[in-house]
Design a protein around this ligand. Structure first.
Ligand SMILES: Cc1cc2nc3c(=O)[nH]c(=O)nc-3n(C[C@H](O)[C@H](O)[C@H](O)COP(=O)(O)O)c2cc1C
Length: 383
């Protein structure tokens, strides 16, 4: 029996995860789970655990400044919110709540191409910077109209996810018979009956949102049960698509899902401004290397011609220090804020951001770093 805590009493991200177990099992697993045997999911964590910190002595850290910039945009700390679809499953306020919490914390939110609210609605809720994460629709004309709409809504950065060529296989979802679109089944009925608080929020939150606007995928208002229409109708991104998107989009372009350094030269040559080293939190292809292990080779290959960010497995302020020391400009987190959203809506996401901010600041002080620029490669070692 889970004892539910007030969000301000939740001490760390793992506790937030445990608190999120109040969700129906299938929903918790849809957020927490990963592909195949979940080898990469676990490796993302153990890889961080194998990196050791080397603090600098005698530095003046009486004041600390966590702020930095990403693509010229000031953010209050080197931690941003990664694009996550499925958000309405966790809380009916979904991206609206996440955008508000990110704005209050002074950081950036990358809105998923499978978001459950319209891109314009999310933009109106936001007080901070937004990226728009794109899953490429099959039809060229749909991609063009989607991009125009995102641009008109005021998003400054297009973040193209390139690691999801086909629908991933997450066995927990198969086991739980979690189908997208969600179909009424005895199992779902039972989940709703045994968790009426969740069921009420989910059903009420979906009223009036059924269906996807014809011909528009990604960023259309989608009920959770129509989520699959956006996912199943996307297509793999090729170099040619990347070039096309680059010439169409006027703002900055980020590519998310890079897992090796040797292709980064061509990607940067195509006019990309930022690269997210990411294995999708282990949710797509199992057995790829942990992102934090890939990061140095990408930083090396990019050679300062684009900004490099990293996600997958970041759960502590010390993880952020390690990533910055290995060359990342900033980090992104996915599951941590999805757990926060499930536990306390906007307040839960805010608490997650507060936990990270406190931990980053505390670790910086103990590392002898007054600013994020003081974090350098000498501060980590594998042995
Ligand atoms: C529930 C969930 C939904 C996600 N949906 C998307 C998505 O729509 N687009 C995308 O590029 N990445 C998506 N991701 C991956 C995240 O953007 C991010 O790469 C990953 O969560 C980072 O790992 P972490 O969860 O260990 O922080 C999703 C992740 C989760 C947990």
């Amino acid at each position: 029996m889970l004892l539910r805590r007030r969000v301000d009493r939740i001490l760390n991200i793992e506790e937030m995860r445990e608190q999120a177990r109040w969700l129906p099992r299938a929903v918790f697993d849809a957020i927490d789970g990963a592909a195949g045997d979940e080898i990469t999911l676990r490796a993302n964590r153990t890889a961080f655990d194998r990196i050791w910190l080397r603090p600098r002595a005698l530095a003046d850290v009486s004041t600390r400044n966590l702020s930095t910039t990403v693509l010229g945009q000031a953010i209050s700390m080197p931690l941003m919110l990664a694009p996550c679809g499925f958000a309405r499953m966790a809380n009916s306020q979904a991206e609206l709540a996440v955008a508000r919490a990110a704005g209050k914390a002074g950081t950036l939110f990358a809105v998923s191409g499978s978001a459950s609210y319209l891109v314009d609605e999310i933009a109106r809720s936001a007080t901070g910077p937004l990226w728009y994460q794109l899953y490429l629709p099959p039809k060229q004309s749909d991609a063009a109209s989607l991009i125009d709409r995102v641009e008109a809504a005021g998003y400054g950065v297009l973040c193209i996810t390139i690691d999801t060529a086909v629908t991933p296989k997450r066995e927990r979802d198969y086991r739980n018979k979690l189908t997208v679109p969600l179909k009424m089944s005895p199992r779902l009925l039972w989940a709703g009956m045994s968790n009426p608080v969740w069921a009420k929020d989910f059903v009420m939150g979906n009223v009036g949102t059924r269906g996807v606007a014809p011909g528009v995928v990604g960023g259309a208002r989608t009920a959770y049960w129509s989520f699959a229409k956006t996912v199943q109708s996307m297509r793999p991104v090729t170099m040619r698509d990347l070039e096309r998107l680059r010439s169409r989009w006027k703002g900055k372009v980020v590519v998310k899902g890079i897992m090796r350094g040797d292709e980064c030269g061509a990607i940067v040559d195509a006019g990309v401004d930022g690269i997210v080293v990411s294995n999708h939190g282990g949710r797509n292809l199992d057995c790829v290397r942990p992102s934090i292990q890939i990061l140095p080779e990408v930083v090396d290959a990019v050679g300062g011609r684009a900004e490099v960010y990293v996600d997958s497995g970041i759960r502590r302020g010390t993880d952020v220090i390690k990533a910055l020391a290995l060359g990342a400009r900033a980090c992104l987190v996915g599951r941590p804020y999805m757990f926060g959203l499930a536990v306390g809506g906007e307040a839960g996401v805010s608490r997650v951001l507060e936990i990270f901010r406190n931990e980053i600041e505390h670790s910086m002080a103990l590392m002898g770093c007054a600013t994020v620029n003081d974090i350098d490669a000498s501060m980590v070692t594998a042995a």
